[in-house]
Every structure is written in C-alpha cells, then in structure tokens.
Design a protein around this ligand. Structure first.
Ligand code: 13P
Length: 249
C-alpha cells in the first residue's frame, strides 16, 4: 500500500497570527485518517509551525530551498537551515517557481540532489501548460520534466521522492482536471517510471494530484487508483475545506 498524502501548499499567504490560528484550528479538527497530512507555510512561519505541531501527526514542509550548502546567495534558504529547525520535507519544482522565478530542469536537478543528499523528502511538482495539453503534447512534456530532473536518481533514492502532478491550467483557476484526466496521467507517469526503473519503484511512489482540488471534487479525484492524494493550494487555507478534503481520502 502506497503512502497517501494530503498536503497544503499555503504559498505566499498567512502572516504569523493567521498561521497560528489556522494551525490551531487544524490541530483541533484534524479528522481520523490513514493519510499523511502536510502543511507548507511560508519560510518565516516554519519555526512556528514546527513548534506548534510538535505533538501532532501533521508534518511541515518548506515551499522551496536553494541547492548550495551555504554562502553568498542573498535571500535564499539551504537544506541545512530547514533541517536545523526541524523541517525534513521540501516542495521543489512548483509551476509558480518555474514560471515566475525561472527555475528550469537543470536547476531543479541540483535542488533535488541537494535535498536528497541531506536525506530530506522531496515533493517534486511538474505538469503541462494549457497550450501543451490542447496540442496533445502533455504526455511528452511530463515525461521530459521527469526525465530531465529526477530520472538520474538511484533506485533507492526514490523512497524520498513524492510526485505531484499539477497541470498548470488547473492551478488556482477553478478548472480541475477531470478524475479521468488525472488517472490517465498518473497511470502514464507510473508506466514511464516502470520503464526507466522497475515495477517496484513505479508501484511504490506516491503521486499526488494538484490543481483546484476542493471539498466538492476531492473524493472523486482521490478514488482513482493511481491518485494517492493531493497537493492543495487555495482550499488548504481554510480549515473546514482542508479537513473535508482530508476526510475524502
Ligand atoms: P490550487 O489548489 O489553488 O489550484 O493550487 C494548487 C497548487 O498549486 C498546489 O501546489
């Protein structure tokens, strides 16, 4: 049985007080679940989240990190800094990082390698843009994103990889991939991994779907056999919505 995960990517939302309120609400209302629950607040609120969730099953992730150990990289955060405050999971390759901050496959390779070298877990995001889907190129785009940034990994490194398929056209748009579209892509991803590695790696890796997952559509998306949970943006900012999505898994 693969690990099922519901992760909330809070993006650049919630100040200190708001973070505390949402963490308290989530701790109080977390439904019984076999799925792992992760929240990813902004960097400055990570220590608060780690402290607040010390006795909770909810895990904390960072939304990004730099590949270097330390040094003259103004404004950046290293793996060691995250580990030092108790954050062991990091989201890498989010489409917003790719689109607005120029992160490409080569840079992401460095970041993935740096995180895994420190034994961190990586939630690796990827997904096609609208034009790529419309032209039918979405499978090729996704295959290349995986090949270029993570298919150089050794088989045993995959135990620290969580994949998050996030079609760009579904992020923050209210437009969700249909459960069938999600399943079709997730099955393709698993087949691609099996071809590059083997059945064990392909069957073992958790693949999340992200892109306008809401309380009203989560259950149907999560019911698909190759969808192992979700990476939730907007709906993870409200306790009721996020806990309803957790219940759906
Ligand atoms: P939304 O759920 O707001 O569409 O965002 C998805 C996402 O980008 C999660 O990383």
């Amino acid at each position: 049985m693969r690990t099922q995960i519901v992760a909330g990517n809070w993006k650049m939302n919630k100040n200190l007080e708001e973070t505390e309120v949402l963490l308290s609400e989530l701790s109080a209302k977390l439904p019984d679940t076999n799925a792992e629950v992760i929240v990813a607040p902004t960097f400055v609120n990570l220590p608060l989240a780690v402290n607040h969730l010390q006795n909770s099953v909810i895990q904390v992730a960072a939304q990004n990190m730099h590949f270097a150990e330390s040094g003259a990289y103004t404004g950046e955060i290293s793996a060691d800094m995250l580990l030092n405050i108790g954050v062991e999971t990091v989201i890498l390759g989010h489409s917003e990082r790719r689109a607005y901050f120029g992160e490409d496959d080569a840079l992401l390779t460095q970041k993935v390698d740096a995180a895994l070298a420190k034994n961190m877990r990586v939630i690796f995001c990827f997904g096609e843009e609208l034009g790529e889907r419309k032209s039918g190129g979405h499978f090729e785009v996704v295959e290349n994103q995986l090949k270029n940034a993570i298919f150089h990994l050794e088989k045993e490194q995959w135990k620290n990889i969580i994949l998050a398929y996030e079609p760009v056209w579904a992020i923050g748009t209210g437009e969700t991939a249909t459960p069938e579209q999600a399943q079709e892509m997730h099955a393709f991803i698993r087949k691609t991994i099996e071809e590059a590695y083997d059945e064990e790696v392909a069957a073992g890796v958790t693949i999340l779907y992200g892109g306008s997952v809401k309380p009203g559509n989560a259950e149907e998306i999560f019911s698909k056999p190759d969808v192992d949970g979700g990476l939730i943006g907007g709906a993870s900012l409200k306790c009721d919505d996020f806990t309803t999505i957790i219940k759906a898994i």
